[in-house]
Design a protein around this ligand. Sequence first.
Ligand SMILES: Nc1nc2c(ncn2[C@@H]2O[C@H](COP(=O)(O)OP(=O)(O)O)[C@@H](O)[C@H]2O)c(=O)[nH]1
Ligand SMILES: [Mg+2]
Length: 218
Amino acid sequence: MRIRIYKNASDVEGGDILKQLTIVGKPNVGKTLFLINFAEFLGIKELEFEVSALDGLKMIKRYPIKKAIEELVDNNIHKTRQIYSIVINVPLNKGKKSVKFFDTVGFIDNIHPEQDIRKGISYTLQLIQQTDIILHIIDTSAVDKNLPNSLSEIDFTIAKFAEIKKGYCILANKIDLPEGKENFEKLKLLFKGNLVIPISAKYKKGFKEVKSFVISSI
Ligand SMILES: Nc1nc2c(ncn2[C@@H]2O[C@H](COP(=O)(O)OP(=O)(O)O)[C@@H](O)[C@H]2O)c(=O)[nH]1
Ligand SMILES: [Mg+2]
C-alpha cells in the first residue's frame, strides 16, 4: 500500500511516498517490544503511535520509551487488540526515508472466540497483503513447547502468504534465552529459502542486521 503524505503530516516532507512495514507473529513472541526498542535504536525518543480501534476510530498516543514498554509489553496474550502504527524516519546512507510500522494482533491457530480478536487477525492479514515489508517474529525459546507463543502451523502459513514479497524476513527472537541458539539453527532449516535473522528484542541484538534489511527493502 502506498500513501501520499501531505505537508501537515508530522515528520514527513510533503509529497513523500510512505513505505509501510507490518510486524506479525503469534501472541507473546515480542512484536511490541521489538517495535519499541527498534524505534529507539533508530533514534526515536518519544513514540507517537496512531492507535486504530477495530471499529475504525483513531487516536494519537504519545509515550516515552520506558513508559511504552511498561504499558504495552505484556505476558498476557492479546494485550494488543488495537492496531498501533508509528511513522519512523529510517536513516539511510544519504538522507532518510519515512516508514510506517504496524504492530498487529497476534495470530492463533484456531478461530478465536472473541470477535474483536478475530477482526484484528483479519485486519492483520489485509496488512500483510498491502504492505511493502513484513517482519515475521518467531519466539526461539518456545519452538518445541506447546504455548500460545510456540512455533505452529500458522507460522508456516504466514511464511507462504508473505514470502512472495521482496521485503519478507523472519526475526528469530529471544535469542538471549538458553534455548535460543539451538532452536535458531532448527528454524533456519525449517524456513530454508527465507532470510532468518537472530535477534533479542529485549537486549537490542541483531538490530543492525534488521535495519540493513529494512533499508534494502525500501
Ligand atoms: N528474554 C526475552 N524476552 C522477551 C524478548 N522479547 C520479548 N520478550 C518478552 O516476551 C513477552 C511478550 O512480549 P510482547 O512484546 O508483549 O509480545 P507480543 O504479544 O508479540 O507483542 C514480554 O514479557 C516480553 O518482555 C526477548 O528478546 N528476550
Ligand atoms: Mg503486542
